[in-house]
Design a binder for this molecule. Structure first.
Ligand code: SF4
Length: 399
């Protein structure tokens, strides 16, 4: 099919296949891709509403045995820079989040062999006891797999235990590109193969949880593999309908073992647009302003995105690799409204909670992103000593 014929089928509301998606991705002008993606976005979201959520991205530990070569965030077991947050530190972060109108924690971290499943269960229960309405969007599929291996329990049982303790939804991190050739080259096939990642999401959806899906592009994958990634997500969404949203971000190369260069803004907009066209069964696509900056984030709203993601109060992972964009609610709303949309606050299920909170009451401006831990803060939380460590260094520090 020619580009014009494929564009015609998109306009007619027909599903596109792998060959057509690749043809468009490679051959269509950026203007045409944006026009088509905007058309599909407008069909799904005719009211010109663009949503965002106020939550906090907390990385509870940076110690990780997975050692993905694209990651600048992790520290190996025994590193003096390794940390695990204490329950009290996490409670303080929740208090700060609630103070600015936040409704959930996005809680993700490294695969730390010295933090067992019971630690997570106790943490989740403690959070729910103190903050019953506060939501836990926590533990990406590779973390769930890590806990399954560590506890020698099957993934569905680990998920059940976490849900019982208070898990509300699962973030789509760790997907990178769901093609095993790519995962091997990124040294991340050990933490989860493509099938394993999708399987955790399948189990989570069957258990009644909603989840998101992500894609980290711009490392070693081909255009075909980017499309294959999208098609694998679309197939699972056809099967379960459990994904609420899709988020694409570009690989951030600074301080990583893999190194290389970062994909351009045009590559991001084209990738976002093709995702909107392929993922015809996803309602929501987020703009990744955290990796692209506010201006490209705003432009994303013309390339298929209908959501500005999170008003981020804290970020550690992307910042470790060199990107540190910060927008508080005032800035996010300004970007949405200046692009001609109506800004609305939402929760993880994309239910509208209201208009901008800063117009309802006074909230502190957040002009700098917080970090999980101040550099050089090497405290070992008191309660961590109650849990068994697996590594030699973990056992030593808990003696
Ligand atoms: S990306 Fe996640 S799993 Fe991989 S090394 Fe970093 S923290 Fe560990």
């Amino acid at each position: 099919m020619t580009i014009d014929q494929i564009a015609h089928s998109v306009r007619a509301g027909e599903r596109i296949g792998a060959g057509e998606a690749l043809e468009l991705y490679r051959g269509a002008t950026t203007g045409l891709l944006g026009q088509l993606a905007d058309l599909v976005r407008a069909r799904k979201h005719p009211g010109r509403v663009v949503t965002y959520i106020i939550d906090r991205n907390v990385n509870y530990t940076n110690v990780c045995v997975a050692r993905c070569n694209f990651c600048a965030f992790y520290r190996p077991v025994g590193s003096p820079e390794g940390y695990v947050l204490g329950f009290d530190e996490i409670f303080r972060k929740i208090d700060e989040t609630i103070a600015v109108g936040g409704v959930q924690l996005l809680l993700q971290g490294g695969h730390n062999p010295d933090v067992p499943l019971t630690w997570y269960e106790d943490l989740f229960r403690a959070i729910k006891q103190r903050y019953p309405a506060f939501k836990l969007h926590a533990l990406s599929p590779p973390e769930v797999i890590h806990l399954s291996r560590l506890s020698r329990l099957p993934v569905p049982l680990v998920l059940d235990r976490l849900i019982h303790a208070g898990l509300d939804s699962v973030p789509g991190g760790g997907a990178e590109i769901l093609v095993d050739r790519v995962r091997k080259l990124l040294h991340c096939d050990g933490k989860a193969t493509s099938d394993e990642w999708l399987d955790v999401m399948r189990h989570a959806h069957h258990a009644g949880l909603r989840t998101t899906a992500t894609m980290m592009y711009g490392t070693v994958e081909t255009d075909e593999e980017r499309i294959e990634h999208l098609l694998r997500l679309r197939a699972l969404q056809d099967e379960t309908g459990g994904f609420t949203a899709f988020i694409a971000w570009s690989y951030q190369p600074e301080h990583t073992e893999l190194a290389g260069t970062e994909a351009t803004g045009v590559d991001y907009l084209r990738t976002l647009a093709i995702a909107r066209l392929v993922l015809d069964n996803f309602d929501n696509l987020q703009a990744s302003w955290v990796t692209q900056g506010g201006k490209v984030g705003q432009l994303s709203l013309a390339y298929g995105a209908n959501d500005m993601g999170s008003v981020m109060l804290e970020e550690n992972v992307v910042r470790a690799a060199g990107a540190s964009y910060c927008m508080d609610e005032v800035e996010i709303v300004r970007n949405i409204e200046d692009a001609g949309f109506v800004a609305r606050r939402r929760n993880m299920h994309y239910e509208i909670l209201g208009g901008p909170i800063f117009r309802e009451r006074q909230v502190p401006r957040m002009l700098e992103l917080a970090t999980s831990r101040e550099a050089g803060d090497l405290r070992v939380p008191e309660e961590l000593r109650l849990y068994p460590a697996r590594s030699r260094s973990g056992k030593t520090t808990r003696m």
